[in-house]
Design a protein around this ligand. Sequence first.
Ligand code: NOJ
Ligand code: CA
Length: 718
Amino acid sequence: MSFALLAACNSVPKAVGSIDLTSPDGANRMTFILTEAGGPMYSLDHKDISVLEPGVLGFELRGTVKYQGLVYKGDKIEKPDEVPPYMFTEGFEIIGTETASSDETWEPVWGEESSIRNHYNELLVKLRHKADGKLMDIRFRCFNDGLGFRYEFPDGQPLVHFVIKEEMTEFNCAQDNTAWWIPGDYDSQEYQYACTTLTGIPAEFKKHTNQYNSSTTLYSTSCVQTSLQMKTPEGLYVNIHEAALVDYSCMHLVADGKKLRAHLTPDAQGWKGRLETPCVTPWRTVQVAESAEEQLASRLVLNLNEPCALEDVSWIHPVKYMGVWWEMIAGAGNWHYTDAASVKLDDFDYSTATPNGRHSANNDNVRKYIDFAAGNGFDALLVEGWNIGWEEWANCNKDYVFDFVTPYPDFDIDALNGYAHSKGIRLVMHHETSSSVRNYERHMEEAYTLMNRYGYDAVKSGYVGDILPIGEHHYGQWMNNHYLYAVTEAAKHHIMVNAHEAVRPTGLCRTYPNLIGNESAMGTEYQAFGGIAPGHTAILPFTRLNGGPMDYTPGIFEQNLKEWCGNDSHVNSTICGQLALYVTMYSPLQMAADTPEHYSRFMDAFQFIRDVAIDWSESRYLYAEPQDYLVIARKDKNSDSWFLGGVTDEQTRTFSVALDFLEEGRNYEATIYKDAPDADCYENPQAYAIEKSVVSLQDKLELTMVPGGGFAVSFKAL
Ligand code: NOJ
Ligand code: CA
């Protein structure tokens, strides 16, 4: 590796030299540059196409505060002055470089395939800040599917405890790419996606905000979230995200023309990160693919996470579940037991309170769900609203909202768990924290212990509302540390975690596979909060799912909520569109979200949800275009069956799907669930046809999806 002299061109400050790092197949080339001013920069090319032009690397750091007591200025008492922040982006010299290569294959506990190849070339550049001797290394890994890099602050140097004012990393896009984005928000990802050029983001921003979310903090009209999917004018699919977000704040991107700049989520005082050497930042990832299908197959984000940290993973397993849930979300039932106006948790006698008669988590209703879920082969049943405190809970100015251990009087926790276990299923615990995080941490050990006592092995947690302590954000360093604490503490109790409203995943499920799900995006619940436009589920696998699985909660068969429970929202998807999601929205945790009554009317279509696998040995991305359509085939990890799913946006689409993924020399019984020709997601969502035929790998299936529709096929090996 040479430190080549680089001539200055228009957009690049004068460089004293550069180092190239290429991917194992030679297609991606990262160039590290040190400018004359000692500024580290990097660029990225794919074959002869420039993906990123030289972009800045480094930080702005807080100056030191030397505590000298309070400062009296006349009769005013002030805090001591701070040394002003300083740039940590220039004035460096290279004190060493190291290179390495790796090619290993690892087996995830659960996933889209049974083994994953991690193959890259690596460059470590060691930098020394000439003025003060502070050290910062930058580690680059170049893969066939893109680039990862992170900052590393070694031990034994002048920088010990330090505070980040801003991370200055730039992603200097070479072109004004098309981008699929959601607004940058320190507290919510519950948005539908916009699609504009990078320079077109500010003009469209306002139209795409969601002011009704229970906690939302926008920064500027040019700030967007990751994982950001882009497409270049040359047709390359470029995705910017991060991997292994640990003890650091979540990164947003601010568009300045076609250039994107990192923007970290602030803490309550406005600082962006408090670090102690030795430490590393999360990886900044830039995936590059020549097709949309290739982008979906990229495992770069998982590969940049640490291997599994848990010694025993035998207790972790995929979960297909139902829930006493949708009826509350849609408005047919309640989480709360009484209509009491204000409840002091330790000072309210529920046993004498008047029930409101709409409490869904009651013994009879829960037993009904247990019977249906167990009778149809499910693993588990989620029950929300089982515990006291729901009378007043979200953004309610209360710290002590829930205790996570006391059931409502009509929820017999002992009897219901016993009943579920006798039928071969488990209950899934629910911990809505109402974002009162200190309160949750105080009760966590007791709450997990209670779960162990009754045989729960999975918890759905939630963070609705503004974070307490006030001023912290859902995606700041403090909260990110909390989410991971909840996962690692749960692991000690052999509990799997599915956290809603938590920070968007960055592949940490590789390291902590008991993190089996997250929400962290707009999920099916929004079909009951105003509806979701078709196309949403065709963009999520490119963006939100890039970092890990989503608890999207599919499977809604009754779209007309008005008729059911007076809710004005409509579920904008056909029944077959819902079936397809079990294949297209990968998750080891899959819910059949609708009610037993609604499924009972369509048991032939429900059969697909009963049959579909939730853990895969192989996945094939057959046709895809972000926000337009997806066709994906997957092989069950535990049998020879294959499953196929397709979703579309507002357009009718037909695909002729070659079945060449099937095993040679074998016949399969195909059961095809497809939209009826006159179906559509608004007017006629429940029209479908089911066909059966015997097929082999020479065959093709011609499958048509109506607006907001889809198809699902199961292939049972004969
Ligand atoms: C929002 C979650 O996304 C939803 O699934 C849950 O039912 C409610 N919060 C209440 O916790
Ligand atoms: Ca939510």
